[in-house]
Design a protein around this ligand. Structure first.
Ligand code: NDP
Length: 479
């Protein structure tokens, strides 16, 4: 099966005529081919976005909203098809794609399509003689680049606010997981999205992605991906004065106090560690446990983790394949590093070859490691797979020191029944998000993003609409 770019409202082959192989990671075999697009395809996409911009940006918000709600509705109507595509493309359990990825893509479109109907800007009155008011104007053509871990979920999280606020978009999904973005092209055609408003260009990060970032007529870039890629993008975009939103890596702590609601904490911590094979930027990968319950937690946690069912993502499993062979090798090499650094593997620690059709797939057993210093590489570097470390602590201060010791600052989790302690910790944790007694509860209105090397800027709600628009102050003196 050959995928196509979506440019100027049409499914279009790449100008080079070249294609890249796309793998099904659960079986370890090529199952489709995607356009190997270059700067010519990106330029064609930019020109079509530019041509579509005047009509789209001037269209009344209610009409833009209606079209985007139609996109949302069709996503839901095709939930089964999209979820199956996501599971095959990424290796994630089909049940997860059905319950989380695709419903959330629907919500992203629906949320931003309707948010623009409630969006207002400020006025500043100076002593009744002068009125300042702010108008927020779309930027023009913007670039959206997203990763492979939550493909349609994160792709739509960027595209929906960009379009809703009146921009035209040139977007690139990860070359490793292009399928649902391709299906979204067809959905946009069926929903009647005007030609050129959204353009989807497939290809390699260093080629197609780089061409988007470099293009002089793309004035803003919203990027989610690794911190090293974010650095490269910032270096290209900064001298061109492009607006940048960067959602980058994480190495998130989960801090468990003895007074927590134990059973809920245990179940949620298994999920926050291993959901989507640990390949969610918000997963906790460093678990700090108050010493008085450390041994109990260790026994119960390891027991639960070792019972997780791993295998064919299309069957009833808890853990599917990781996204690629390269990624599997990276994860396994970090497990070896953890052993070299003095860690003890309590469960997992190896590649899995399930019986049957997935025998050649890329699977890694959920892995729990203890006995590591909080400063070692295993505890400092992002692994982005089903690997967590557990470490005891004796005081709030010690837990905070360890939690804040990394270069990242995306999301933290606290487990305690003590509201004062929860509030104290939340103030001092260096992260953009702090979940208390829960994980991954997401209200789409809230600011989403990280501090330190986890990113720059915030997405979500009006934060995203503000990013994709330029405020202009209009000052009128009343005579
Ligand atoms: P990458 O940084 O490798 O890639 C992300 C996207 O950028 C892909 O579409 C990629 O294309 C593209 N890309 C790569 N190089 C360039 C370049 N030079 N210029 C422009 N675009 C480029 O990340 P991964 O896909 O490996 O995703 C995993 C990372 O994403 C993890 O670090 C994770 O923490 C982070 N992440 C952060 C989130 C957040 O909200 N903070 C959420 C989810 C993930 P291609 O794939 O084709 O190479």
């Amino acid at each position: 099966m050959k995928l196509h770019n979506y440019i100027n409202g049409q499914l279009t082959p790449p100008q080079s005529g070249n294609y890249l192989d796309n793998y099904d990671p659960a079986i370890g075999a090529v199952y489709s081919q995607i356009p190997d697009s270059d700067h010519r395809d990106v330029d064609q996409a930019v020109q079509s976005a530019k041509a579509a911009f005047p009509a789209w940006s001037l269209m009344p918000a209610a009409e833009r909203s209606r079209i985007l709600v139609r996109v949302a509705d069709i996503i839901l109507e095709r939930l089964d098809e999209l979820a199956l595509a996501e599971s095959i493309d990424n290796g994630k359990p089909l049940s997860l794609a059905k319950a989380v990825d695709i419903p959330r893509a629907n919500q992203n479109f629906h949320f931003f399509a309707t948010a623009i109907l409630h969006w207002a800007s400020e006025a500043h009155i100076m002593e009744d003689k002068v009125i300042n008011y702010t108008i927020r104007q779309p930027i023009g053509v913007v670039g959206c680049i997203s990763p492979w871990n939550l493909p349609l979920y994160l792709f739509s999280w960027k595209i929906a606010p960009a379009l809703a606020s009146g921009n035209c978009v040139v977007a690139k999904p990860s070359e490793v997981t292009p399928m649902t973005a391709y299906l979204l092209s067809k959905i946009c055609i069926d929903a009647g999205l005007p030609a050129g408003v959204l353009n989807i260009v497939h290809g390699l990060g260093g080629k197609t992605g780089q061409a988007i970032v470099e293009h002089p007529e793309i004035k803003a870039i919203s990027f989610t991906g690794g911190t090293a890629t974010g650095e490269r993008i910032a270096a290209v975009a900064a001298p061109k004065f492009k607006k940048l939103s960067l959602e980058l890596g994480g190495k998130n702590p989960s801090i468990i106090f003895a007074d927590c609601e134990y059973d809920k904490m245990l179940t949620t911590t298994v999920r926050s560690s291993f959901a989507n094979q640990g390949q969610i930027c918000l997963c906790s990968s460093r678990i700090f446990v108050e010493r008085s319950i450390y041994e109990r937690f260790k026994t119960d946690f390891v027991e639960k983790v070792s019972k997780l069912k791993i295998g064919d993502p299309l069957e009833a499993v808890n853990v599917g394949a990781v996204v690629s062979k390269d990624h599997q090798q990276k994860i396994l090499s970090y497990i070896e590093l953890a052993k070299e650094e003095g860690g003890t593997v309590l469960t997992g620690g190896y590649a899995v070859n399930p019986e049957g059709r997935c025998a050649n797939g890329y699977f890694v057993a959920p892995t729990v490691i203890e006995g590591l210093d909080y400063n070692c590489r295993t505890n400092q570097e992002e692994i982005f797979g089903p690997v967590v470390t557990i470490t005891p602590f004796d005081s709030e201060e010690e837990a905070l020191t360890m939690a804040n010791s990394v270069r990242y600052g995306l999301a933290s989790v606290i487990w305690t029944q003590n509201i004062n302690r929860a509030a104290r910790m939340a103030q001092q944790l260096q992260s953009g998000i702090v979940w208390t007694n829960c994980w991954l509860l997401r209200d789409l209105r809230t600011p989403f993003g990280g501090v330190k090397d986890s990113g720059v800027g915030r997405e979500g709600g009006f934060y995203a609409l503000n990013f994709f628009t330029e405020p202009k102050n209009v000052c009128i003196e009343i005579s």
